[in-house]
Design a protein around this ligand. Structure first.
Ligand SMILES: *Cc1c(COP(=O)(O)O)cnc(C)c1O
Length: 461
């Protein structure tokens, strides 16, 4: 399996290279040259299988010879062993034809663990074979940083540094980053906001001497390995509702478009998905694009579903690549126009996107009301992101079973959940001592050379 860039001019890579590289050298995102398909019989055989067995069948065609079958099975087993639920991604029924896919039983209580835990294992295996080591540096406004720390804590060959804005993440999110005690984990509280953290990380990647010196690597949401790991739960949930003999639809709380794009890949692989529905909060660039065909930046407004507060949606570029019939030059041109504010999608490409994705937008009041109503009517406490999804899903309920992705545990967003429902969501028992564990964090000025100095001093070369 070979990987090509959405902008058409970067080197063609293997799975291993695409995973370790992240962003392509031409600024594009990596995709498999062709999307492998599974037969109806292969999908039917998943009924009753473990999440790990389904994961192997779904991902195996994409990884080429990066890992042997036995090794890949072993990495999958290790990745999901720490989850707090034997089903890994259990399905809960809300109403006759509406189901909730609980993706929050991983170590940081959000769906990003599904991808990050596997990426951690795959990085470790690839690096110990080559003898290389890397320094992972990332910026977070909350969820991604803790998922990366949980994935890489205690692994050889990797140091992980996460920059977060001092005083601007929730207490649960901060503690998830500052309480792991392993010496390869480094939580850096930056005196600045999230944009400052993100800009610092970008500057580090553009400082080629530093990049080479510390062997910088990234695991942000454009990494193909992350998208791939998320394809699995579309299969496991659809099969438990009768696929491939019966169609299902999905509603996905969306920010950077990674999660819903994984659903598109599942559909292209042969899973009978009727509707793929993008749910956004008031940061609605994707909803507006699907309504109008014009992809235009606006400012970001903070919401109670902060992991979906985005100005542009990085993985949308992958959907554009398919919409433009895999024409990298056309995608590169549109991305150039985005620098000056936005672009109009051509008629044919827009039609493909409209045929593939539906969408809806949810206000802050509707999000809170949904949290309240779902507790009263279905006995389920939803996190604000999941509530955005559930609200949009309701507008599309019909004869096809609808699966709404529950992207985080309500205890991760205790203030918004309590304000809406009157109830404080408790942390699961395995994490109940989070508030008692000692914290370890380094406060750093919002200054590139200060940050680089801390990283150089701390890495275990
Ligand atoms: C990251 C995140 C999302 C958005 O997922 P994308 O793949 O970026 O579209 C939604 N909900 C939660 C809780 C998240 O952490």
């Amino acid at each position: 399996m070979r990987y090509i860039s959405t902008r058409g001019t970067a080197p063609v890579l293997t799975f291993e290279q695409a995973m370790l590289t992240g962003l392509a050298r031409d600024g594009g995102l990596y995709l498999p040259e062709t999307i492998p398909t599974l037969t109806k019989d292969q999908i039917a055989a998943m009924a009753g299988q473990s999440y790990e067995e389904i994961a192997f069948t779904v991902m195996r065609p994409f990884i080429g010879d990066t890992f042997s079958d036995d090794q890949f099975r072993d990495l999958i087993a290790k990745a999901y062993a720490g989850f707090g639920h034997d089903a890994r991604a259990p399905l809960v029924q809300l109403a006759p034809n509406h189901f909730l896919l609980e993706l929050f039983h991983g170590p940081t209580l959000a769906f990003k663990d599904f991808a990050m835990q596997l990426i951690g294992q795959m990085f470790q295996a690839a690096l110990s074979r080559s003898g290389d080591r890397v320094t992972i540096v990332g910026a977070t406004s909350g969820d991604t940083g803790s998922a990366a720390i949980e994935a890489f804590r205690g692994l050889d060959n990797v140091d992980v540094f996460i920059l977060f804005p001092h005083g601007r993440v929730s207490e649960v999110q901060r503690r998830q980053m500052t309480t792991p005690s392993e010496s390869n984990v480094h939580a850096l509280a930056v005196d600045g906001d999230f944009d400052d953290c993100q800009a610092a990380v970008k500057d580090m990647f553009n400082d080629f001497a530093f990049r080479e010196d510390v062997k910088l690597a990234g695991v942000n949401s454009i990494n193909w390995g992350r998208v791939l790991a998320q394809v699995v739960y579309y299969f496991s949930s659809a099969v438990s509702l009768g696929a491939p003999h019966r169609e299902v639809s999905f509603t996905v709380p969306t920010g950077n478009f990674g999660d819903i794009f994984a659903g598109y890949i599942a559909q292209q692989m042969g899973l009978p998905i009727k509707d793929l529905i993008v749910a956004t909060n008031r940061n609605d660039i994707l909803h507006r694009t699907l309504e109008t065909g014009s992809y235009t930046k606006e400012g970001v407004e903070p919401t109670i579903s902060p992991s979906m507060d985005i100005q542009v949606s990085s993985n949308f570029e992958r959907a554009l690549f398919y919409a433009y019939g895999q024409d990298g030059a056309a995608v590169a041109g549109q991305m150039e126009d985005l620098k000056s504010g936005g672009f109009q999608i051509s008629q044919g490409a827009y039609q493909m996107l409209k045929d593939t994705f539906k969408s809806g937008r949810v206000s802050e009041d509707e999000t809170s009301a949904t949290i309240k109503n779902y507790l009263a009517q279905h006995g389920e406490l939803l996190c604000p992101h999941t509530a955005v999804g559930a609200h949009v899903a309701e507008m599309h309920l019909g004869t096809t079973p609808m699966i709404t992705l529950a992207t985080a545990h309500p205890a991760k967003f205790p203030d918004a959940v309590k304000a809406a429902s009157g109830i404080a969501a408790p942390l699961p028992p395995r994490m109940a001592d989070l508030y008692d564990r000692p914290e370890r964090v380094t406060r750093v000025a919002n200054d590139l050379s200060a940050l680089q100095a801390v990283i150089k001093e701390r890495i275990t070369l």
